[in-house]
Design a protein around this ligand. Structure first.
Ligand code: ACO
Length: 448
């Protein structure tokens, strides 16, 4: 198949959220730490009736309905998630409920897991399948679903939750530039989940930031190198219209784009003007390790990158700032924000995406956009996403309520033999919700 890529995309995030400003005050953090310091506005979270399975049931059903896709037309279903509900049974098998009803059990694929990277692995698997000799002409479907929750402490404001579904096939408006890709994979203990009795990760926040930026540098170098071999000319940030980053919190995205500018400076790229060259010259002698520690370098590169950040990055930051870190869904929620904010001016544009999963696995890859054919057109995708409405119809809860729900969820994690409140009054029509976990740990869901 030719021009394989994303044909359609849909997002679901819980309608329940807190304001970061309110959480700051509640946590006794200094005013502005979460909003300006981390760059976050709001944080969505699952209440006791939602989880990664209900959210993915909701988003898959919604995508199939809104684009009029017959469930029999799906030939591969891949899920990316790092939220462990079962150590053996995949989330994909829960989603089979949707397809079995229509007599379709002939669907390949299972779950992919490595922190926030699983969604990208799932997406690559689907694209590769459609491009391969085992493709049977049907669509691939990718689901990224996570509930990001942290123990009380500095990481707690960097949570979030969402599920995203992406339909993969040929002649796509969102096409892969498959040769333009760079990966960086290594063994680090920056963020991991060794405690199987808890949903919360063990996290070395500072180390995770540095590992993220080191992986970014390494992927960017690989991508530039491959572009240069292919095209016979240098690649720099001016060769992409937009950069979309995995977004644990917005400040790291600001630092990441500034880091690309510093990379361009070190590579003597044409994107760097004389003023920037002069300002960055004092930093050219730093060792690589020192470049990650220098606050001055961070500040100056961020200042220099600001106009380009506003043009090439800012349009992708809406949902991550409003919803928080959605782990595997985070990068694609940023990409959806770009589709939403720029939907009628993306034709012909190149969008470079950076996916990072702690541990660590990372890939930078490139997409080329065209308007496409209805229903798989950028304008229809954007209309169906209806991001403004989804954001506006949410319900704000107070931090005390959030903490209370987190405590209940800690208690419920890995538990059996309970029924939920079944209170779906805050959920949009069509949402799935958890009703019961029986004495054999079997989970039951209903649809609103
Ligand atoms: N007003 C404005 N800014 C403030 C204020 C204030 N009152 N107080 C602090 N800040 C700034 C700090 O200067 C800092 O910004 P800087 O980095 O530009 O200097 C920022 O707010 C955060 O403050 P820190 O003291 O660095 O925050 P802390 O160490 O308490 O926690 C962290 C931040 C490490 C990100 C934590 O939330 C965490 O561990 N999160 C989870 C890990 C994570 O998301 N890692 C990212 C990659 S891995 C992944 O995706 C999971």
């Amino acid at each position: 198949a030719k021009n394989v890529g994303i044909l359609a995309i849909d997002i679901y995030f819980p309608p329940t959220y807190i304001q970061q400003e309110a959480l700051e005050a509640h946590d006794g953090a200094s005013k502005g730490k979460y909003t300006i310091g981390l760059g976050q506005d709001c944080m969505a979270f699952c209440t006791e009736v939602e989880d990664v399975i209900s959210m993915s049931l909701t988003v898959v059903t919604s995508l199939l309905e809104k684009y009029g896709i017959d469930p029999k037309q799906i030939g591969r279903l891949e899920v990316g998630s790092e939220t462990v509900i079962d150590k053996s049974k995949s989330i994909k098998t829960f989603l089979m409920q949707i397809f079995e009803k229509h007599g379709n059990t002939d669907i390949e694929g299972v779950d992919s897991t490595n922190a926030c990277y699983g969604g990208t692995a799932a997406l690559f698997n689907c694209v590769n399948w459609v491009e391969s000799s085992s493709w049977d002409g049907r669509y691939g479907l990718v689901v990224c679903t996570d509930s990001a929750v942290y123990a009380e402490g500095p990481a707690r404001p960097t949570g979030g939750a969402a599920a995203i579904a992406m339909l993969v096939g040929p002649d796509a408006p969102i096409g892969f530039e498959s040769k333009l890709r760079g990966s960086h994979m290594s063994h680090v203990y920056d963020f991991y989940k060794p405690n199987l009795a808890s949903e919360y990760p063990v996290v070395d926040g500072k180390l995770s930031q540095t590992c993220y930026l080191m992986a970014l540098d390494s992927c960017y170098k690989q991508l530039c190198h491959k572009y240069e071999k292919l095209e016979g000319k240098q690649f720099s940030i001016s060769d992409a219209d937009y950069f979309v980053f995995h977004s644990p919190y917005n400040k790291l995205v600001q630092k990441s784009f500034a880091r690309l500018l510093f990379n361009d400076f070190m590579r003597n790229a044409s994107s760097i003007d004389e003023v920037a060259k002069e300002k960055l010259a004092p930093f050219s002698t730093l060792s690589n390790d020192e470049t990650y520690q220098s606050r001055d370098l961070e500040k100056i590169t961020q200042q220099l990158a600001k106009p380009l950040y506003d043009a090439k990055v800012q349009p992708s930051t809406l949902i991550p700032k409003q919803v928080g870190n959605m782990y595997t869904a985070s990068l694609y929620a940023a990409f959806i924000s770009l589709l939403h904010n720029r939907n009628n001016s993306l034709t012909g544009n190149r969008v470079v995406l950076f996916s990072y999963g702690s541990g660590s696995t990372a890939t930078m890859f490139s997409l080329k956009l065209n308007e496409g054919q209805a229903p798989f057109s950028l304008s229809n995708i954007s209309a169906i996403l209806n991001v403004d409405k989804k954001l506006k119809s949410r319900h704000e809860l107070v931090p005390e309520k959030f903490v209370e729900i987190m405590q209940l969820m800690e208690h419920r994690y890995g538990a059996k033999d309970f029924v939920t409140s079944k209170d779906c009054s805050l959920l949009p029509a069509g949402s799935y919700y958890l009703t019961e976990v029986d004495s054999l740990y079997r989970r039951f869901y209903a649809k609103k």
